[in-house]
Design a protein around this ligand. Structure first.
Ligand code: URA
Length: 237
């Protein structure tokens, strides 16, 4: 069972806030009965009418985008900047599953399925988010261990489940490090490296769970297969 305003908003006809207004204003019926209570719960089987029109359920869509640099991970931007959903032509209201920074590239999932998004992002499901970071400076074993043991960012202790030094360039004074985390806090990878004294010069997300950018050029996308979606649902703990 879901809250009525959530179901109306997820059908794609309006926002959650507007849906609440419609309910309060007496514009919504459930199984032919007027409902003005915001907390009302409904199921798949209930027939919902908004302004006299039966609510169609929006089909669920799932995409994997190889996010390019210079695009915002959002559904819209009030300053009119390019957002990731602009890269995928569809009539459903997509949103990104988690966020990549403006200058971060790589694996980004997009969907209109809230539950799918929750499964992928909730730390309890332990889904790998694997990043390749180019750092300014040469990282040492001690600092790698610190990342594994946990560092404090924004007052919260977070740790990497794996950290692998891929390459160092003594001449250019840079390190390439693969880091795996299970959460998705704001700027988490950059802040974790900052906590051990390194600036991230470049960041790419190489993998999220079973998803990689294999076969996708920067800016390209593909639909997930029903099997891939089922695998994600099977990961729910
Ligand atoms: N961590 C970051 O710092 N930036 C991202 O875009 C993703 C994870």
């Amino acid at each position: 069972m879901e809250r009525l305003q959530k179901v109306i908003a997820e059908s794609g006809i309006t926002s959650r806030r507007k849906a609440e207004e419609l309910i309060i204003d007496g514009k919504v019926k459930v199984n032919g009965e007027l409902v003005t209570e915001l907390g009302t719960k409904v199921s798949e089987k209930d027939m919902i009418e908004v302004n006299g029109k039966v609510l169609e359920k929006e089909v669920k869509e799932y995409y994997l985008l190889n996010k390019p640099r210079g695009v915002i991970s959002a559904s819209s931007d009030d300053k009119g900047r390019r957002v990731v959903v602009d890269l995928i032509p569809t009539s459903v209201r997509l949103f990104p599953v988690g966020r990549l920074d403006y200058d971060t590239t790589g694996v980004l999932l997009l969907t209109n399925d809230g539950e799918f998004s929750n499964i992928m992002t909730h730390p309890k499901n332990q889904i790998d988010k694997v990043y390749l970071a180019k750092l300014e400076g040469i990282i040492k074993g001690d600092q790698i261990n610190q990342l594994k043991n946990g560092v404090v960012i924004d007052g919260v202790k977070v740790s990497a489940s794996r950290v692998k030094l891929k390459k160092t360039d003594l001449e250019k004074n840079t390190s390439m490090v693969e880091i795996t985390i299970h959460e998705g806090k704001n700027h988490q990878v950059k802040k974790m490296f900052e906590a051990v004294g390194f600036k991230v010069l470049k960041l790419t997300r190489e993998r999220v769970g079973i998803f990689t950018t294999l076969g996708l050029q920067s800016g390209e996308y593909r639909k997930l297969s029903p099997k891939e979606v089922a695998i994600v649902y099977s990961l729910k703990k």
